[in-house]
Design a protein around this ligand. Sequence first.
Ligand code: 6PG
Length: 250
Amino acid sequence: MTDLPDAEPLIEVHENRDDLAVAVAGELVHRLVEAQADGGVPQIALTGGSVADAVHRELARLTVESEIGSEVDWSRVVFWWGDERFVEPASPDRNERLARELFLDQVDVDPANVHPMPSTESAESAEAGAAAYADELRTHGSGTFEIVMLGLGPDAHVASLFPGFPQLDADEIAVAVHDSPKPPPDRISLTLPCLNRARSVWFVVSGEEKAGAVALALADGTDVHDAPAAGVAGQAETIWFLDRAAASRL
Ligand code: 6PG
């Protein structure tokens, strides 16, 4: 395990899931406008799950309906995924599919800047897909991410890194995951060392069923093998965006 940066995580609590999604999407847009104003082409990592869906929907709405949203040049943002379900491309289980439908297809991205993880159609196995994605990151990545967004499972998993799984000790860039406790069983995930290269890590968590996982991940001394989220932090900042229910055990 690599040492995590020292900076204390910041915790931001919102009333409910809708307010949370609005706040995260607003902050993301704001950060991207700032990064682009300095001539940057920010690279960000998306995630899957229900909160991610809400954030994606809000990003599309902001782009069309708000002044700050319209200032983001989405064609100069590079998109990666923190994890993906290793299924066929058209499967409703695929994180990429909903991200495209709710967000990427609604704004003006450059298709060459969108880097979905391999599917069962483009890779022979999750292992081959993980190796191919690592190559893609080496070739088109910047060596870091401006922002990595992560959901959290009730078991404190992040991306597709689950408690007790051997992938938690992997030091490559991306890994295959089988027998995931959250269906579908086969997945590809970035590893902890890769996620931890991010400048900013944002956890986005909603709901009472996540409250115990949030508390465990944020407690001093939690072992990453018990709560994978405890092993992720940004180089410059780590923010936990929570709703009141998810924050209820802090
Ligand atoms: C996935 C995810 C996963 C997710 C959390 C939270 O592919 O399932 O990337 O890590 O972000 O499980 O998901 P919910 O927001 O749906 O609870």
